[in-house]
Design a protein around this ligand. Sequence first.
Ligand SMILES: Nc1ncnc2c1ncn2[C@@H]1O[C@H](COP(=O)(O)OP(=O)(O)OP(=O)(O)O)[C@@H](O)[C@H]1O
Length: 449
Amino acid sequence: MFPTLLIVDDEQPILHSLEGLLSDEGFNVLTAPNGYECLKTIDAEHPDLVLLDIWMPGLDGIETLREIKKSHPDIPVIMISGHGTIDTAVTATKYGAFSFIEKPISIDKVIVAINNALNFRKLEEENRFLRTRMIAKNAIDGSSPPILALKQQIIAAAPTEAPILITGENGTGKELAARTIHQFSTHSESPLITVNCAAIPEALFESELLGHEKGAFEGAKAKHIGRFELADGGTLFFNEIGDMNLANQGKLLQVIEEKRFCRLGGSRVIDVNVRIIAATNKDLRKEIEEGRFREDLYFRLNGVPLDMPPLRNRLEDLPLLVERFTQAWCKTTESEPKAFGQDAMEALADHSWPGNVRELKNLVERLLITVNKETISLTDLPTPYRASEPKEAAGGLSDLADISDFKQAKEAFEREYIKRRLAECGNDTAAAAKSLGVSKGHITRILKP
Ligand SMILES: Nc1ncnc2c1ncn2[C@@H]1O[C@H](COP(=O)(O)OP(=O)(O)OP(=O)(O)O)[C@@H](O)[C@H]1O
């Protein structure tokens, strides 16, 4: 399909020569002799682009442009003028004109301008499509009362500049909530940069966050742009803020308050405009009482508190989440559609989900990979998820009483207990270690064959 252009000019000879030349180039061409006709034709034909003369009797080009942008902001408009001045060009651009060409018109210039505008529009459309797809992909699924309340809070808080503190257990979707807030905020055109606070050692904190100049310290071989600068205009997400040490908390508070800093080894003051979101699975009030978290930083971050509900408090969302994860997995892997049977769903609803939605997602994907059946049933579930089955059939811990040696029985119990927790955490050793309060090495050692 060839693009449709609308040419608007009160000078008939220009209108007709442009119409002929652009038709020869393969465009569908519509014409209008004045601003009023232009607006009528746009409503009726919805052209892909408008070439609009500035100086016309009646409704002039600038007024017509303003009307077009009110009702059809997505149609690119190229302004044409015989008396082009910088002022009119600036005014036209201010009201949303894509570009500006002067009479006498060179057909080559017009074609370049048209192609630029159409390509730009195509890119904008692709961008909009990708954004919609990304929002859909990152959507917070669920329609239980706690999730509906959470979505309301996100919609209300996202467009404001208030810092947001997201709390909740592991795997409840804190990072997902941060992404959603960013997408619905006024910062969404700029990047969302994540800082994993637990992973940055104290010595590197300033250089990671503020950046450094070449030679700022031993080993600084090149200039490094910090996360605050990378996130300028966008959102800076501090994940696991409760794990940040006190010294770093002080430095962070200073930058958040001043909104300006110098790179390490640099003297230029850099101003930044970033939206701050922080998340933690810790109880920060308790951390403050016990002297591990600065109260002033807590108040600075806690503009709008968001508490992610654990999955066990919204089990009515389970069928929807299972369906979404199943569909997404089958689509990504281009595999045959699969489903979970009623008995499996009932068993899943009996589980306590200590690893929350992440545990559920991991379990669903693991079963889709390992179970080669159209319908996944109760017997396909790993032991910890079969609570509704008679305990003897579940095996594992029930056999321990038969071990006569106490030490061996203790070891077998520990092994079995850890195995269960690991399965509950979707085989994520780090998450299991954290929830049991042991090291990852301990888990690996105990489970070593
Ligand atoms: N409501 C939801 N709908 C769809 N997917 C979800 C939902 N909540 C969480 N998830 C998915 O569960 C996984 C874990 O979520 P996320 O990483 O956001 O949790 P978290 O609370 O930040 O975890 P952690 O505290 O361990 O860092 C992700 O794959 C996320 O997409």
